[in-house]
Design a binder for this molecule. Structure first.
Ligand code: GDD
Ligand code: MN
Length: 368
């Protein structure tokens, strides 16, 4: 990172934002001057060599506005991607605080002083939220809104670090430079969601996350670069940040099925115990098998404060809830909706798995 010499660095990733960048710079300048910070900030535009000439346009407008010494334009020639562009911005930031925002004016620059105040008063990270304290989303189509809520649910399921945050998908957020200054080599985001990367890998105190409501407006000009392909990138990114625990958990679950069947075979067919006893023994064996493997494999690197005996008790609850949901789904889908039981059961297995995994991640192996 560059030496600290300013209060605020505003990092703006751009790709084909030539029509927006002038208005953005003007609103940033006016806001910062009004807040009395006219000479204590910089804007770092990280442009991936946009064919529409965004970089040249940015320099031209910076001159017109008399802020050419406040505006840095970094052009990346061999790379595309929002999140990694932001990391490049961090490397060049001289501010004690950094705020990341989009160039298309969906994020109101007028909120910058309020976000900065949250950082100056002790916040490690400040999040511009659309979903709390009067924040609003006026910029997404219904379809995008559904996708965004689904993506939020996935993040909350897989990443405990996002659980308490109302809008982990936001692209408008700020941080103290110390949150990322020692992590620049470990930040390796894929796609769009740089904030998730920071929430998982950054140096910060969870109690020092602040939220500021924002109104997410429609784009000023141009169009979104978020394509369907980013959806796949998003899933890959989140599963990577999850350290593949959900996949390990599923793998462990399949070993549990094998154990369950094997114990039933031994106790019922070989030893001759009655089925109602063998059935219980085989189910309990698979629960113990899954607990042990999840403990030494799936959650091995997670520092939990829950003592082992409590983990074991809680895991029984998680597994019990999983099979209960499986059962209820099976019955209600087939009795009420007439769905073929084998299919209904498959849906039930997935629902039960998600419940079991979710409780395991957030309750059984709950982190410090
Ligand atoms: N350097 C660079 N490289 N910048 C990019 C790239 C890229 O490949 N792709 C997009 N950007 C820039 C855009 O120019 C814009 O300034 C900003 O990143 C956001 O891109 P949009 O294409 O406008 O994204 P969006 O509006 O669909 O999504 C935004 O809203 C989401 C909330 O629903 C982003 O802020 C997301 O991060 C946010 O989650
Ligand atoms: Mn946008």
């Amino acid at each position: 990172m560059k030496e600290e010499s300013l209060k605020l660095s505003i990092v703006v990733p751009t790709y084909n934002e030539a029509e927006n960048i002038g208005v953005l710079l003007e609103r940033i300048r006016n806001t910062m001057e009004k807040a009395g910070l006219g000479d204590d900030y910089e804007v770092i535009i990280v442009d991936d060599n946009s064919p529409d000439g965004t970089a040249e346009e940015a320099l031209k407008h910076a001159k017109r506005l008399g802020i050419e010494d406040r505006v840095k334009v970094i052009v990346r020639y061999n790379e595309r991607g929002l999140a990694r562009a932001v990391v490049e911005g961090f490397k060049n930031a001289e501010g004690r605080y950094i705020i990341v925002m989009d160039a298309d004016l969906q994020h109101p620059p007028e909120k910058l002083p309020e976000m900065l105040r949250e950082l100056e008063s002790g916040g490690d990270i400040v999040i511009g939220t659309r979903y709390k304290h009067g924040g609003r989303d006026e910029g997404l189509t219904v379809l995008r809104k559904i996708v965004s809520l689904g993506a939020t649910a996935i993040a909350k399921l897989l990443l405990p670090q996002t659980r308490m945050i109302s809008d982990p998908m936001t692209g408008f957020f700020g941080l103290k430079r110390s949150v990322v200054s020692n992590k620049l080599n470990v930040l390796d985001p894929l796609g769009y969601k740089i904030l998730l990367e920071i929430l998982v890998k950054g140096d910060y105190d969870r109690k020092r996350i602040r939220e500021v409501p924002i109104v997410f407006s429609p784009r000023y000009a141009g169009k979104s670069k978020l394509t369907a392909g980013e959806g796949l990138n998003y899933l890959k990114h989140v599963i990577r940040l999850n350290n593949y625990r959900i996949l390990k958990f599923a793998l462990v679950g399949t070993t549990g099925v094998v154990v369950n069947e094997a114990v039933l075979w031994v106790t019922h067919y070989q030893i001759g115990l009655p089925l109602y006893i063998s059935g219980l023994l085989s189910i309990e064996s698979s629960i113990l098998n899954n607990f042990t493997l999840n403990n030494v494999f799936t959650f091995r690197n997670e520092k939990t404060l829950v003592p082992l005996h409590k983990r074991l008790a809680r895991y029984h609850l998680a597994a019990g809830l999983g099979v209960t949901i499986n059962y209820i789904t099976l019955l209600s889908l087939s009795y009420l909706l007439g769905i073929e039981p084998l299919i209904a059961n498959l849906i039930g297995i997935v629902a039960g798995f998600l419940a079991n995994y979710s409780l395991s991640e957030h309750y059984v192996w709950r982190r410090a």
